[in-house]
Design a protein. Structure first.
Length: 175
């Protein structure tokens, strides 16, 4: 890989008051990146740098919380009948977890899941462009019982608006 472009707003800054990103380049791609960067006059403003440096102080605490929450939610999802697979290498028992543990000290809050195919109405609600991303995912999984710390009020407020005809109440908790 010659270039890796990453958003820095979520993890580096941790707030919505700065939009910033990073680019890492291989030795082979560095000269072209440096030339393009200079030709386009790209630079980060001093205020944005100040705010990013301010937030580096809390980055470790925020990332620890991201990982803790992700492990909890990934563990909960892995026990669901509606979820076929959770892809989060930081989770004990995950494929190649031993390699992750060897090479890393922590993880982000990002992971992926594979779902059991559900009714077409659920897929249509999930893909509805009027539904916000976070609500979209939870609406699609609305028939699952959510962990106690996840709010459901946003789901309820959007069901009627979207014409969602799926179940309104989650099934009883299965131990």
């Amino acid at each position: 890989m010659d270039l890796s472009i990453q958003a820095g707003t979520k993890y580096i800054v941790g707030h919505s008051d700065v939009m910033i990103g990073t680019v890492a380049a291989s030795e082979r791609a560095w000269k072209a990146l440096e030339q393009t960067h200079g030709d386009l006059g790209l630079c980060v403003g001093p205020n944005d740098i100040y705010l990013a440096l301010r937030d580096f102080r809390t980055m470790s605490v925020r990332l620890e919380r991201h990982m803790k929450n992700a492990l909890e939610i990934a563990g909960w999802l892995s026990e669901r009948e509606d979820v076929t697979r959770v892809l989060y290498p930081a989770r004990p028992g995950a494929p190649r977890h031993d390699l992750w543990k060897r090479d890393f000290l922590g993880a982000s809050g990002l992971f992926a899941i594979e779902l059991v195919r559900g009714p077409d109405a659920d897929a249509k609600a999930f893909l509805n462009p009027q539904c916000a991303g976070d609500v979209r995912a939870r609406l699609f999984l609305g028939r699952l019982r959510e962990p106690p710390h996840l709010a459901t009020s946003q789901i309820d407020s959007h069901r009627d608006q979207l014409g969602y005809q799926g179940p309104t109440d989650p099934p009883p908790h299965r131990p």
